[in-house]
Design a protein around this ligand. Structure first.
Ligand code: R5P
Length: 301
């Protein structure tokens, strides 16, 4: 049997080590830096390249923005990892990018825009990988660009189990906008049959990004779970939380697979009235309360 090795990218250190433990395989990290001209540098942290040759190599690297690197750097590092293991003669290359940057740029909203999410996939696909995994990708159809096996992992049961473990009862799942309704319906099923799903009206100014949300729902004494794929600035979540509070909600859980929490998102969401912010370790930060290690490892077994 071909030996498996896991290369843990700088953006997925905790999740990467946990997956290696689940799979009982060796984890190798990377050395990264920026050259004075701003270019990224990455090497796989090994002294002997035969360690990679003829092995099945799993690369894990989320590509979200964080204090230690923006998404462009994270993508470059991912490309460098793939290129490096290919050059060293890996027998198979499996890429796990739990959060994929640019996934929200899947369609043009204004004249002249790019559909860059597709370009990201074309690039990854052109690098000759064998399998690709992401988690709760914003518009899963962009994965059709991959000619290799490409899987979008669904973390909703794990997130729902976490919310249930916090004692939530009489749950209503609230979709922060119409685009999130189908996702919220699927999410609600994990709390039991007939858990209601409701939605607020959201309009986003495509030029300024400003959000306007309206609506009143019957949420009196209900525990409300507001679930989205991404929390970026927290504007969407905070607006939905404010309306849920006005609608009489009891506890409010702000749940996202990818809680990027940019700028003052934590302040905004908590001040709006959330009891808890819950994310997965697709994004490595203080709200990464739900680990994807086991579910990802199960796919990789
Ligand atoms: C948009 O379609 C996404 O699903 C999220 O609702 C959005 O990315 C959240 O962004 P923000 O936190 O900046 O409002």
């Amino acid at each position: 049997m071909v030996k498996k090795i896991l290369i843990v990218g700088p953006a997925s250190q905790i999740l990467g080590v946990k997956i290696a433990q689940e799979l009982e395989i060796e984890a190798i990290n990377t050395e990264v830096k920026r050259f004075p001209d701003g270019e990224n540098y990455l090497r796989i942290n090994i002294e002997n390249e035969t360690l990679i040759a003829d092995k099945e190599v799993i690369i894990i690297q989320s590509t979200g923005p964080s204090y230690s690197g923006n998404q462009n750097s994270r993508l470059m590092e991912l490309f460098m990892m793939i290129d490096s293991v290919k050059r060293m003669g890996a027998a198979r290359i499996i890429v796990v990018a739990p959060y994929l940057a640019y996934a929200r740029q899947d369609k043009p909203f204004r004249p002249g825009e790019s559909q860059f999410a597709y370009v990201i996939f074309r690039i990854i696909n052109s690098m000759g990988i064998d399998e690709f995994y992401s988690v709760d990708i914003h518009a899963p159809e962009v994965m059709d660009e991959c000619s290799c096996k490409a899987i979008n992992i669904d973390p909703m049961k794990l997130l729902a189990d976490y919310v249930t473990s916090k004692g939530a009862k009489d749950i209503v799942v609230v979709a922060p906008d119409k685009g999130a309704i189908e996702r919220s319906k699927a999410f609600a099923k994990h709390f039991g049959e007939n858990v209601p799903v409701d939605v607020f009206e959201k309009e986003r100014d495509v030029k300024t990004g400003e959000i306007k949300m309206t609506g009143t729902l019957s949420l009196k004494d209900k525990d409300v779970v507001i679930a989205d794929d991404i929390i970026a600035t927290g504007g969407t979540m905070a607006s939905a939380i404010k309306l849920a509070r006005k609608s009489g909600a009891n506890k409010i859980f702000a749940v996202a697979t990818h809680a990027l929490l940019l700028d003052q998102a934590k302040f905004r969401i908590l001040k709006a009235g959330a009891d808890e912010i819950i994310g997965t370790d697709a994004i490595d930060n203080e709200v990464s309360k739900v680990s994807l290690a086991k579910i990802i490892a199960d796919y990789l077994k």
